[in-house]
Structure formats: structure tokens, C-alpha cells
Design a protein around this ligand. Structure first.
Ligand SMILES: [Zn+2]
Length: 81
């Protein structure tokens, strides 16, 4: 007998649509390195939400709208948290 812990979809309680399929850990599309458990449906919804944001501001390149307004701030500054 094996104890398989199935992660719970993080959108299960907040989304208007019920979960579809098993939830499992998936890497965050933002590139943060975190993983979040989501079911198939809510991962698709999450990816659809993120797609336009990621297209507008890829986290590896300085976006065209970014400019240095302050002296010591850069687009790729690491967070202090
Ligand atoms: Zn779900």
C-alpha cells in the first residue's frame, strides 16, 4: 500500500468553475521558480490569464516602456524578500 498525497488545486475554493482532473504541482509561468498545484482546467485558465501579461513583459528583457526614472533601479533588480 502506498500513501500518495494528492495536492489540492489552489483554485478549488475560489474559482467559479469546478476542478477537472487531478491537481498536481506545476511550475509558475512567471518564472518565479515556485510550483502551485492546479487541476487541468484551472491550469489552463491560469495560463490563459498569464499569456497576455507574459507577452507584454517578458522577465528576461527590459520592456520597451521601461526606462530608468530613478537612479538605482533596474528592471531586473532582485527582490529583497
Ligand atoms: Zn482546480
Amino acid at each position: 500500500m502506498t500513501d500518495t498525497i494528492t495536492p489540492e488545486c489552489i483554485d478549488a475554493d475560489t474559482a467559479s468553475e469546478p476542478c477537472t482532473g487531478p491537481a498536481y504541482d506545476r511550475p509558475a509561468l512567471s518564472g518565479s521558480g515556485f510550483t502551485y498545484a492546479r487541476c487541468d482546467r484551472h491550469y489552463d485558465a491560469y495560463a490563459a490569464r498569464l499569456a497576455p501579461i507574459l507577452a507584454d513583459s517578458p522577465d528576461t528583457d527590459t520592456p520597451p516602456w521601461w526606462w530608468d526614472t530613478s537612479s538605482d533601479e533596474t528592471w531586473n533588480d532582485p527582490y529583497d524578500c
